[in-house]
Design a protein. Sequence first.
Length: 419
Amino acid sequence: MNVDPIFSRADMMEENSSIRLKKFLLKKRIVQLLYLEGNKSIPDIGRATGMSIPTITRTINELIDEGLVLDNGIGASIGGRRPNLYLLNPEARYVLGIDMGRFSTRISILNLSRQIISSDGIIVSELENDESIVEKIFQKAKELIANTGIDYRKLIGVGVAFPGLIDAKSGMSQTYKNFSDRPLSKFFEDKFDLPVFVENDARVMALGESYFGLAQGKENVLCLNIGAGIGLGMILNGKLYRGNSGFAGEFGHFEVEPEGKLCICGKRGCLETVASGSAIAKRAQIDMANGMISILGRLTDETPDRIDAETVVKAAQLEDQYAIGLLSEMGEQLGKGIAVLINIFNPEMIILGGKIGMAENYIIDPLQLSLNKYAISRIKRDCQIVTSKLREKSALLGAFALVIDKIFEDLKEYPNNKF
């Protein structure tokens, strides 16, 4: 058994002792309970774990001594004595979240209350052509850690949202050649000397929505990550769905325009070529270079190459009719694709996220018109179409959840707390 990132090395000594192992697993189960459910009294924890009050009291006191748990004072009475409540110390441990995109990367530090405690570290770099991107991420992370003043030893892991295809068995990228010679986690572990967990960015977003966003408590939710490309994260029957090889969710790569534009995947006419952030930015760049009159010119100092998806959204918010038209067409095309998803998966909710999520006022109406035309009405009726409330935080929160899930994974070996 390896040293656990949450607990001190002392907790893992004499690991062959069954008594010590049971004690360690109970501590870990209590920490997991407080992480998932918040404030708990000792009787609450006893009922949840099946352990006696004296055992829980002793274990809680040890966790307080170790700095992992805080006494939160007296709670409200539900009949009888008012109980003392305990909660996880949010500053006891930290997670580094990394959201890598095709053209930029965001880095943040999160505490155990899922709060982002650092300013965003943003690196503008083209992922495919930057051999030094991991080193840049490491240096930016060190800068954030220094600025927040946290102890590096309190970092328990790194969660990475990575775009494109990731092979489930090898852990290698099948999209970016500069990341294809070894498991993605190894690129980061060699730098950070911490446990590193890497997952496709759309699935990480779905994880964030499932734990902290609009998908909480829902069993069948599809999350669209609309940025430079279009990714799909799926929560099916309450679980994150990866597919046989880990490639499920390449929603942006089915044909909507025969003989259409060449896609990054090598095929033509993919949804991504007409309804992604990159697609509308490219179209705006070409139109502006050809003399289109739009606020986009003023926003980019008459430099079409500076137009990106966020600039188009900003122009639409300034009531620019050209930008509004672009987003409307994008919504119509997305609706065609989403109609297929509704007809196949019968989800209870579809969440639109990514950088284009903030364009909801301009894409939702045309999207709904497409759904009315292409989706089976009886199936569509049971599905909500919403935009993410987490916005750009969904992938970072998902990266946090990815790390925490992996750290508590060994508890699954002991169902019903039978340590």
